[in-house]
Design a binder for this molecule. Sequence first.
Ligand SMILES: Nc1ncnc2c1ncn2[C@@H]1O[C@H](COP(=O)(O)OP(=O)(O)OP(=O)(O)O)[C@@H](O)[C@H]1O
Length: 372
Amino acid sequence: MRLVAEKAVPSGLTVLNVQGFRHLASVSLNFSPHLNVIYGVNAAGKSSLLEAIYFLARAKSFLTPRLQRVIANGGKEVVVTGRVQNASGRHQLGVSFTEGKTRVRLNGEDVRSLSEFAGLIPIQVLNTEAQRLLTEGPTERRSFLNWGVFHVEPAYREVWRRYQRGLRQRNAALRLGNESVAKAWETELSEAGEVVTEVRTQFLNTLMTEWAMLLNDWMPHLTFDWRYRTGWLQGESLSDALQKGRSAELKQGFTLYGPHRADLVLVVDDQPVSQRLSRGQQKIVVIALRLALLTLWRQHSANRPLLLLDDLAAELDAHHRGLVMDRVRGMDVQTFITTIEAERVPFSDQAQWFHVEQGRISADERNERGSA
Ligand SMILES: Nc1ncnc2c1ncn2[C@@H]1O[C@H](COP(=O)(O)OP(=O)(O)OP(=O)(O)O)[C@@H](O)[C@H]1O
């Protein structure tokens, strides 16, 4: 894998405009490229603001798979626009959702493929549900992996698309019981699938070394390890797996082997992390994984990453909270933290403060004092 060693400029999301998003009042905000603290009482709208940022970066929500839910009650559409400053210049982004359709615009033009614009803001979220990356099925982990590789190696996008196209064609043939067409797609599928696997494996070797180092500091009494399940039998080529599996796949109507079935398994003392550790510990394992990814992105992605920390304090003891926040502080990524108590933010130098009250967001007077 070619790891692009391009230095990102200190930049990120500079301006955000939100309209019709949950119970947030329409607002235009200017962000710090370093730390942004969003504070307010329960249900003020802090998570919604982070969700709006994520919506701009990925055209999705991290809280719900149904975008209809982010439209303000009684409203018809949600529109989030923003300005991103990065190594390639200044970009104007806009994402809207109306009548079941998502529309994305980049610098005044419609964007057809999500990955055309999603490269601009490499984003990670850490919230009270962090451990779900381990406890849910493999789909989320594959998505984590695909996005992780994509920001380090943009060419990955093309080979993964090629693989998915081949998979759709072969699955359609399997469903129709058309063995010769299914077979005809196997060369394309296995070639693309082997490359996907190789790129993912190289990426994981780097990522998981960083992850293990973090956990060694944070939980030194435990021994962590990981395995990448490729999605077919080890020691066999994908081409052989597809050929051998074809008759069973014709009965099922879809492809059973390949990187679309891959999984990342995290292990502690030879047992899956999700079975062995407490929920708080699982959260720390996932935090380490996502921070390791941000470290890699910071080193190798052309664009500076963005981190959303939503109520991170929940379920972390003071010791581990301190360790995590020390790490975040040293990472130089654009960070957004929500909190109920502004005084408890452990590092607030260079911060921009935002107060949220009943959906109204205002830049804090502290910002004026800081810039004076
Ligand atoms: N589509 C919607 N339209 C209007 N209001 C909504 C919508 N979706 C959620 N809400 C309201 O938004 C509020 C929750 O906002 P949010 O979760 O952003 O608050 P928060 O400040 O993060 O709260 P907490 O500190 O409790 O996590 C709730 O009162 C909820 O009823």
